[in-house]
Design a protein around this ligand. Structure first.
Ligand SMILES: [Zn+2]
Length: 300
């Protein structure tokens, strides 16, 4: 009988979410722990801990991590939003549990999940953007997950714009303008230091003009990036997800489409499709599980 599920672990900037994931993307038991931000060893301990608690007879482990990964060596090189550099995550987890382990950038894992099990099912070319603490992204090209960096959050969308977040030294990057953190900064400009992205969306729901204008501006920058990405990849569909992206989508959609259509080449300016992610907060976790199945099947 084929194995039913593997362990997926989605390492995020604020929490580590682990679960048992079936081949069809369905999620079984789930555990959340806070992400330790004081260095690599506490992070490994937390990662090992959640896997140990979940592990029954699952035959493989998949991990999504917000770091760019060297494809030749499998080393996770650096993280924009965590104090981590040069970690051999795959080897450490493999040694500890003696199981096949797949490792993927979290944005790539999210793209894999939305393509296999979410709102981009059946498409052959897909761009996925996940707006959370940072902005992750991934690409499916010619029916395959692109396994390069795909750091779409670090596209320049405003020349010499505001400094990027975390350890990124760039300026005017998508992440500095459309992430949940950027939305929180917009909320703080409106209502003071205690306000955050959740309040921005709540106020927009209540009809607040300032909140809707701030979200419209975020949508504008997101749309500029999507128009440019469309001109490079001509995807069948662009998927917008992540906690903030999915939660704020109905206030972003109009300005996203207007900006994307104004930058996209004809005839895509009329036909381009931008949809909200289906898997919501679980996309990264489901993607990590699918990466675990790829490791099990010898695809990585
Ligand atoms: Zn950046």
């Amino acid at each position: 009988m084929p194995p039913e599920s593997v362990i997926g672990v989605d390492v995020g900037g604020t929490k580590i979410r682990a679960g048992t994931i079936a081949r069809d993307g369905s999620v079984g038991r789930v555990l959340d722990v806070e992400t330790p931000t004081d260095g690599p060893e506490p992070l490994f301990e937390a990662l090992f801990g959640v896997v140990e608690q979940l592990l029954g007879d699952e035959p493989a482990i998949g991990i999504g991590i917000p770091m760019n990964i060297d494809r030749r060596t499998g080393i996770a090189l650096s993280a924009a939003n965590l104090p981590l550099v040069s970690l051999d995550v795959g080897a450490r987890v493999r040694e500890r549990f003696d199981l096949p382990v797949g490792l993927e950038n979290d944005g790539n894992a999210t793209a894999l999940a939305e393509w296999r099990c979410g709102s981009a099912r059946g498409a052959s070319d897909v761009v996925v953007l996940a707006l959370g603490t940072g902005v992750g992204g991934g690409l499916v090209l010619d029916g395959r997950l692109f396994r390069g960096w795909a750091e779409i959050g670090h596209l320049v969308v405003e020349a010499d714009g505001p400094p990027c977040q975390g350890n990124c030294h760039g300026h005017g990057h998508l992440e500095s303008l459309v992430s949940g953190e950027a939305a929180s900064r917009a909320a703080q400009e409106l209502w003071g230091a205690e306000a955050d992205a959740h309040r921005l969306v709540r106020e927009a729901e209540g009809g607040d003009g300032g909140a809707r204008a701030a979200l419209g501006r975020i949508g504008h920058f997101l749309g500029l990036a999507i128009g440019s990405l469309w001109n490079v990849f001509s995807p069948d569909v662009v998927v917008v997800g992540g906690g903030f992206g999915a939660g704020a989508w109905r206030f972003l959609e109009e300005s996203v489409l207007a900006a994307a259509r104004s930058e996209a080449l004809r005839p895509a300016d009329e036909s381009l499709r931008v949809v909200v992610a289906e898997l919501g907060d679980d996309a990264g976790l489901v993607g990590a599980g699918l990466v675990g199945f790829e490791a099990l099947d010898g695809m990585r």
